[in-house]
Write a protein that binds this ligand. Structure first.
Ligand code: OAD
Length: 245
């Protein structure tokens, strides 16, 4: 696989490299994406499952859906794209993954600096007092409630209409501003505020590289669009990086 001289020149000297990831990076692990041909949102409507009103109206339905996804995620493994990002963290002095994924696969692969924008499906929290819960619940036995305040316990993910964890978003924006090269990998680049991060990076001088087999709203604005699956492109890029760094 060939990479442009411009990209390799940037990567040869880059100190700070940021990466925004979306569901597409986990596609090769067998985690379904949200949009696209086999996307989850073709089968389910986000407003039915991924918002707080839905949870209040029908917590059982919402929990069963998350329980299904949680079990699926526990059975899959990180793929070559995740592992290539572990190599990149070793290569660049300042490196962060900013992820919209809730699947924990970057952490399982071994990346240290992961900023979660949309929470983590393996964690839960009280919907009333916010107390975090790390244990699993058997939701078939009923909706778990918080022993402290009696509120319903919910998955610790960000739903439509909810704000992102403020601290994480701030860190992500700061990192995008500082990045010399910024990758947007496996994201349809339509859900804000994550979708703005590549533009923030570009506005502050970063060379923006999209990795996605499809075109997205970002494609024209990116300096390069590497069109293909991340699990093929990223390992090939790491081979080039090992030669030039
Ligand atoms: P999407 O499902 O919207 O987009 C997945 C992207 O991955 C698409 O653009 C695909 O073309 C691309 N893709 C598929 N296979 C790929 C591969 N092997 N390598 C690289 N790219 C591939 O997922 P996100 O952009 O992550 O939020 O969605 C953003 C947010 O919308 C999610 O975090 C979730 C969702 O609704 C919430 O639930 C709040």
């Amino acid at each position: 696989m060939e990479f442009s001289e411009r990209l390799l020149e940037r990567l040869k000297v880059a100190y700070t490299v940021g990466v925004l990831t979306g569901a597409g990076i986990s596609a090769a692990s067998g985690v379904p994406t949200f949009r696209g041909k086999d996307g989850l949102w073709n089968k389910y409507r986000p407003e039915e499952l991924a918002n707080f009103e839905a949870f209040q109206t029908n917590p059982k339905l919402v929990w069963e859906w998350y329980d299904w996804r949680r079990k699926l995620i526990q059975q899959v493994k990180p793929n070559l794209a995740h592992y290539a990002l572990v190599d990149m963290e070793r290569i660049f002095p300042e490196f962060a993954i900013i992820t919209q994924n809730v699947d924990n696969l970057h952490q399982r692969a071994g990346n240290q600096h992961v900023i979660e924008l949309h929470g983590n499906i393996l964690r839960s929290k009280c919907s009333r007092c916010g107390k975090p819960y790390l244990q699993e619940f058997d939701v078939k036995q009923g909706i778990p409630t918080c022993p402290d305040c009696g509120g319903l316990i919910r998955p610790d993910v960000v739903w439509f209409g909810e704000t992102l964890p403020e601290n994480n978003l701030h860190q992500a924006q700061e990192f995008a501003m500082a990045s010399e090269v910024f990758f947007a990998i496996g994201t349809s680049a339509v859900v804000e505020p994550a979708a703005s991060l590549p533009y923030i990076a570009k506005g502050n001088g970063a060379y923006v590289v999209e990795i996605n087999p499809e075109d997205t709203p970002l494609s024209d604005a990116a300096d390069e669009h590497l069109k293909g699956p991340a699990d093929q492109i990223l390992p090939a890029l790491v081979i080039e990086l090992e030669k030039i760094r």
